[in-house]
Design a protein around this ligand. Structure first.
Ligand code: 3HC
Length: 282
């Protein structure tokens, strides 16, 4: 049974994941390199809980209880020593994840489940960096984590049935709707989302429409909550580019080639919401 959860990485995805576990009565320890990053994450969780209280999704008491379920640590080894489940949400660089999984393999109990929130790195490859690769699985949460219903559960080539079933049940306990897929480039979510975003950027690049018209067409015509250009800014243009590169290299198919405008935007440091400017100004 999963009771003690550690989340590694306190950025947008990590603090959202910790928030969801804590809100659903799990004791969760959030781990990052500095106290400053952890304090910032706690304040984001508190702000996002306030938003939910204001929208009557949770009570003020639930906010208090949720915050009590979160602790923080800068010591990876002690934080994961008695964990049943560790979810990594560190930056999307394979070298960093490889190093982390190597440490988790040593620091965690041998039956702890090791999950990755990666948006596109192969779960099968991450599993090859640990002892007992059958316990490694993808738990791909969507941004904003406290709001979006999906957890894309990715089975690596060696993930056991037992681990996959445990994680599917856990997803339901978290109030989410877990959906299982196999481990191929971009899984399902980003294999479909990123080519759509890329095509929208190509349409902009070619002058077929303005960013506003492209977004309005997809919002009003297809009932998407955000248009694809606005969504690209929301996800981060660097993240979109790196996922497209994984698709392009993984399938060896030119249809995934990132639009040169996207490449230029990233090279110019225009990364979307997080940098204050992407296709739109924030
Ligand atoms: N916790 C955290 N963030 C929240 C939140 C909560 N409880 N509720 C809303 N947000 C955030 C946004 O970041 C934005 O931030 P800001 O207010 O600080 O600027 C805020 O939503 C806008 O708030 P609103 O209350 O005005 O927005 P809505 O409640 O109307 O809806 C939305 C916001 C849920 C983000 C909606 O626009 C939506 O569903 N958009 C599409 C999101 C989507 O497609 N996500 C998937 C991205 S792909 C992905 O994550 C995979 C990865 O691998 C790339």
């Amino acid at each position: 049974m999963i009771q003690k959860v550690a989340v590694i990485g306190a950025g947008t995805m990590g603090n959202g994941i910790a928030h969801v576990f804590a809100q659903h009565h799990f004791s969760v320890v959030l781990v990052d390199l500095s106290k400053g990053l952890l304090d910032q994450a706690l304040s984001t969780i508190s702000k996002n809980l306030d938003r939910m209280v204001a929208k009557d999704r949770i009570s003020a008491q639930q906010k208090v209880d949720t915050l009590l379920n979160v602790t923080t640590s800068t010591n990876l080894q002690s934080a994961v020593a008695d964990s049943d489940l560790v979810i990594e949400a560190v930056s999307e660089k394979e070298s960093i994840k490889k190093d982390l999984f190597g440490k988790l393999s040593v620091f965690c109990p041998s039956n702890a489940i090791l999950a990755s929130n990666t948006s596109s790195i192969s779960i099968t490859r991450l599993a090859s960096y640990v002892d007992h690769p059958e316990r490694v699985i993808g738990m791909h949460f969507m941004n904003p984590v406290p709001v979006m219903k999906l957890i894309e559960v990715i089975r690596g080539h060696r993930t056991s049935d037992e681990v996959a079933e445990n994680i599917m049940e856990l997803g339901v306990q978290l109030g989410k709707e877990p959906v299982v897929v196999n481990d191929y480039p971009g899984f399902i979510s980003n294999r479909i989302l990123m080519p759509m975003i890329n095509e929208a950027i190509y349409a902009l690049h070619e002058g077929v429409g303005t960013k506003e018209s492209i977004d309005a067409i997809m919002r009003l015509g297809m009932a998407h909550p955000m248009g694809p250009i606005e969504l690209a800014d929301f996800v981060g243009l660097d993240v979109c580019l790196s996922i497209l590169k994984v698709l392009y290299e993984g399938f060896g198919n030119p249809r995934y080639a990132p639009c040169p405008l996207l490449v230029n935007m990233v090279n110019a440091g225009l990364l979307g919401r997080k940098s204050g400017k992407g296709f739109y100004q924030y």
